[in-house]
Write a protein that binds this ligand. Structure first.
Ligand code: DP6
Length: 333
């Protein structure tokens, strides 16, 4: 095979990976748990070229044309491909094209979907290194730890075990087990100015960080139980508390990282109100101002209608839990 196309989804963490135990190996200081998304995916096509050619890297625009990838994206892809090659015998030049099904400038992290897709495509093209555990290690070569979770569907935990060279993510439950929705509420679509990597390195400077590490053990256990028993009320309490705590650690780091904007809080307040009124809905955030509003399928239309009326909302992207990466039959070029 000399050409392969894959898609890999974004994911939203419910228990956040925030802080590293080993920055070189991209290993987390704590276990995390996420929900893999369905519609927000990165697509990649890789094709081998003649030995004498240089690598070619393209972004596929919405109208289907291939254009040169922007310099930051190009750098990330080149670096990841270099590391993937170092882990394998494959040196052949590649033509690479990528795109996202979600607006790339919408402030939604695309590194987890993009780097997991690239690792998967590379491994599939060369027919090696394709056990799930190996793929996890390959995805994290990018420096994006959350990319390891995107390789699996449904609810996914990443123990981050430092004794395991691959330190893989594990599926806790399938998407069909509990088909929750994630309504992504964009309040600021600009690219973030401080990377998650800086946040991870700075987390320990928060005076609340050590206490968080202690609390997380029980929190993760309770959240796993809430998911396995589909207990939304318990799920919502834990997920919202955890999302607020991520930002509390960020805001109290030295120097502080402040991601929230006024509309971030408006979404949180309104969702809490809806929950008090009996709807199965709660909010979580990643390291940015945008909200992920999680709800059950039956309450989704009502929640969507309310969110569309909120001031300060730039864009709403409805998504839901998904099955994980796929090999595609249609190529980007
Ligand atoms: C707050 O280092 O995996 O989203 O490289 O931006 O994908 P990216 O981030 P990564 O850190 C993720 C931080 C987080 C929480 C999480 O996803 O667990």
């Amino acid at each position: 095979m000399n050409k392969i196309s894959v898609s890999s989804p974004s994911n939203i963490a419910l228990i956040k990976y925030w802080g590293m135990s080993d920055a070189k190996r991209t290993l987390p200081a704590n276990r995390s748990l996420s929900m893999t998304l369905s519609r927000c995916v990165s697509l990649y096509t890789l094709e081998t070229l003649d030995d004498s050619s240089p690598d070619e890297i393209y972004w596929r625009a919405e109208d289907g044309t291939l254009e040169a990838a922007d310099p930051i994206m190009r750098l990330g892809i080149e670096q990841h491909v270099r590391r993937l090659r170092q882990c394998s015998d494959f040196r052949q030049p590649l033509r690479i094209a990528t795109t996202n099904t979600f607006p790339t400038s919408a402030g939604i992290a695309s590194s987890a979907s993009g780097y997991s897709a690239l690792a998967l495509a590379f491994a599939a093209l060369f027919g090696q290194l394709s056990s799930p555990d190996q793929l996890s290690g390959l995805a994290r070569l990018s420096g994006s730890g959350s990319a390891a979770r995107s390789l699996l569907g449904g609810f996914v935990t990443w123990p981050g075990d430092a004794d395991d060279p691959q330190s893989p993510a594990r599926q806790l439950a399938t998407a069909a087990h509990w088909p929750l929705h994630d309504i992504i509420v964009v309040v600021d679509g600009s690219a973030k100015t401080t990377s998650s990597r800086i946040g991870h390195l700075r987390a320990q400077s928060s005076p609340f960080y050590q206490r968080r590490q202690q609390l997380l053990v029980e929190r993760l256990r309770h959240l796993q139980h809430a998911i396995l028993t589909r207990d939304f009320s318990r799920f919502a309490d834990i997920v919202e508390c955890e999302a607020i705590e991520l930002h509390l650690i960020a805001m109290s780091s030295v120097p502080p990282l402040f991601y929230w904007q006024p509309a971030t809080l408006s979404v949180l307040y309104r969702v809490q109100q809806l929950r008090r009124n009996g709807l199965d809905v709660c909010t979580t955030f990643d390291a940015g101002p945008n909200a992920h509003v999680l709800c059950t399928p039956e309450h989704c239309p009502k929640v969507l209608a309310v969110l569309r009326e909120l001031d300060g909302v730039q864009q709403i992207i409805p998504d839901q839990i998904g099955e994980g990466p796929q090999v595609l039959t249609q190529a980007l070029f």
